[in-house]
Ligand binder design. Structure first.
Ligand code: HEC
Ligand code: HEC
Length: 249
């Protein structure tokens, strides 16, 4: 059988229009400034262009993610290279070490030699995004961020992709509830029954699908960023494995 997996970038970019939290634009009380690492600079020093830059980084990360899901190693490497090479001109100096973590992870992704490594890089990038958002009280506004927290039959995104994007938001915002919601949806979803699969590949698919379900169950109660990173990478590479089977056919 022959099936073409083209995962539209537009699909992956649905999360780009994320209004932000208001916390970073308000003067943080001096006491909390000392508690956060690194110290967030006073709001007037936060470049208004930072938001736009964030959306660009976000788009690169989502493009890398979608490429991994589609089994496209070169696409994932190219998107990671863009993230690695991005100037990040609007990130305030005190936050640059956190940005460096993102770039280090992106750099691994740009050099990845297998999809599994690319999946790990996507997860590490996501984790590094989340670290900075936690430290700066920045990040996407979860009240308004797509993907919507309910999935419907007529949703543009396949349920698997939607669930993985919820997990991504759970990793990067970071937010444990969204992470959990994504894993629960993924654990219960049958992604392939609607597709006409040749008899010879159907059992291989079944096996990968079962592993996805098991990995999602294991991930459900995870709140530790390290473990989230590992689980996310594991699941993402299984998406890639299955789609790669389709490409071989
Ligand atoms: C150096 C710290 C830092 C890093 C690293 C970082 N962010 Fe952010 N991010 C912020 C801050 C601070 C804001 C809030 C910006 C504002 O409100 O002006 C933000 C906001 C956002 C927003 C909301 C943008 C909007 O339009 O309101 C998104 C989406 C986002 N980040 C995604 C990401 C992704 C994806 C990554 C990793 C590739 C990432 N960020 C890495 C600090 C960071
Ligand atoms: C068991 C095998 C299998 C697994 C695992 C799997 N997929 Fe798929 N995926 C498929 C099949 C089959 C199709 C549809 C091919 C067709 O009918 O054209 C598909 C298609 C897609 C598409 C593309 C739809 C389109 O119109 O281009 C997306 C997006 C997608 N899957 C996301 C995911 C994500 C995210 C994961 C990981 C959580 C995942 N898939 C895991 C088998 C799988």
């Amino acid at each position: 059988m022959r099936a073409h997996i083209a995962i539209p970038v537009a699909l992956a970019l649905v999360l780009t229009a994320c209004p932000k939290k208001d916390a970073t634009t308000e003067a943080a009380p001096e006491t909390t400034e000392e508690e956060t690492m690194p110290t967030a600079p006073p709001p007037e020093e936060v470049d208004p262009e930072l938001k736009g830059e964030m959306q660009v980084h976000f788009a690169y990360a989502m493009t890398a993610q979608a490429a991994v899901v589609a089994g496209d190693l070169d696409g994932a490497k190219a998107a990671h290279a863009k993230l690695r090479d991005d100037e990040a001109a609007h990130v305030p100096d005190p936050w640059l070490p956190l940005m460096a973590d993102v770039k280090a992870a992106a750099s691994e992704g740009a050099e990845a030699e297998a999809l599994v490594e690319a999946a790990q890089a996507v997860a590490k990038v996501g984790r590094a995004c989340g670290e900075c958002h936690s430290a700066t009280n920045g990040g996407p506004d979860l009240a308004t961020s797509p993907p919507s927290q309910e999935w419907t039959e007529d949703a543009e995104m396949l349920r698997h992709a939607w669930a993985v994007n919820l997990m991504w938001l759970g990793l990067t915002a970071p937010n444990d509830e969204l992470w959990k919601a994504g894993t629960v949806a993924l654990a219960g979803d049958d992604h392939t029954s609607g597709s006409a699969l040749a008899d010879d590949v159907a059992p291989r698919f079944k096996e990968v699908e079962t592993r996805v379900h098991e990995a999602a169950k294991l991930a459900t109660d995870t709140t530790d960023p390290d473990e989230k990173t590992v689980r996310y990478a594991e699941i993402l590479s299984m998406c890639a494995t299955c789609h790669a089977i389709l490409r071989e056919e």
